[in-house]
Design a binder for this molecule. Structure first.
Ligand code: AMP
Length: 284
């Protein structure tokens, strides 16, 4: 039976015991309200490690004051069942006070990789992500940690942070898991009403269009951006935050698809901001 703990000390004690036995530990950081996307990360972690820790923490410092911290969906019972049935061993579910002690004053900031895409519209977001993920790495000291390509900029940033700050672990990226109709799974999909849920399909449809253009040989970033933008704008409930093509490693805009690139979008459907993307790697 899976164990649920809420303190850093309990987590450390459990991990220490496992490490003493020579067992490897995988970490899956999440904000909870788990779905098959998260589950795919947990499954991979269970395959590749002796023990798996899932952290469930809606991290206040990665939300701006006007964002959805208060309304972010939470369901620890359902999350516990999903983690248990998928083979995870421990859930770390701290309170904000446990993570951010009185007088908390230290942050991890990243200068590059955070200027485009989500970093542009959410300027304080990735500092909060890096800080909490850095803390989780120090608390759990995993051999491997698992992140979804759904949040492609986050994945690139975490890989860079691990390299820059010499965290001793491997970062594993996992593919986007989608609903049967194509919508990328997200805890925030629960905000959508029936009409919005239908309208949200415009994200995956524009991603499909972008992929198709690239498959047919299009390499001009502006042409792809324009076609995807026009597609999204056919949906009256959609409002574009960004459509962009960036270098997948440095998250800097590119003119031509060459090397490994990321085509990424963020679109408001009503008040709900959703993201989607695809990677392209040219053959060398
Ligand atoms: P979140 O709970 O939204 O912070 O997500 C926790 C982790 O799950 C992140 O690494 C996400 O990229 C990953 N994730 C969320 N949705 C999906 C999805 N549809 N497919 C794959 N990974 C996902």
């Amino acid at each position: 039976m899976i164990k649920v703990v809420s303190t850093v000390d309990e987590t450390r004690a459990q991990v220490k015991e496992w490490k003493k036995q020579g067992l490897t530990v995988g970490l899956v950081p999440t904000m909870g309200y788990l779905h098959e996307g998260h589950q795919s990360l947990i499954k991979k972690a269970v395959e590749e490690n002796d023990k798996v820790v899932v952290s469930i923490f809606v991290n206040p410092i990665q939300f701006a004051p006007n964002e959805d911290l208060e309304t972010y969906p939470r369901d620890l019972d359902a999350d516990t069942k999903l983690c248990d049935s998928t083979g995870a061993d421990l859930i770390f579910h701290p309170t904000p006070d446990e993570m951010y002690l009185d007088g908390f004053s230290t942050h991890i900031e990243m200068n590059n990789l955070t200027k485009e895409l989500c970093g542009k519209s959410r300027p304080t977001h990735f500092g909060g992500v890096c800080t909490v993920v850095g803390k989780l790495f120090n608390i759990v000291q995993p051999n491997k940690a698992y992140f979804g390509q759904k949040d492609a900029q986050q994945l690139a940033i975490i890989k860079r942070m691990v390299r820059d700050l010499n965290f001793d672990l491997e970062i594993v990226g996992c593919p986007i898991v989608r609903e049967p109709d194509g919508l990328a799974k997200s805890s925030r999909n629960s905000y959508l009403n029936e009409d919005e849920r239908k309208a949200a399909l415009i994200l995956s449809k524009s991603i499909e269009l972008g992929k198709e253009l690239v498959a047919n040989g299009e390499r001009n970033a502006q042409t792809i951006i324009k076609a995807m933008t026009d597609k999204i704008n056919t949906e009256p409930l959609a409002r574009i935050d960004y459509v962009n093509v960036v270098d997948a490693l440095n998250i800097e805009p590119v003119d031509t698809l060459n090397g490994e690139v990321l085509v990424a979008i963020a679109v408001y459907i009503g008040k709900t901001r959703l993201i989607d993307n695809f990677y392209y790697a040219s053959e060398v």
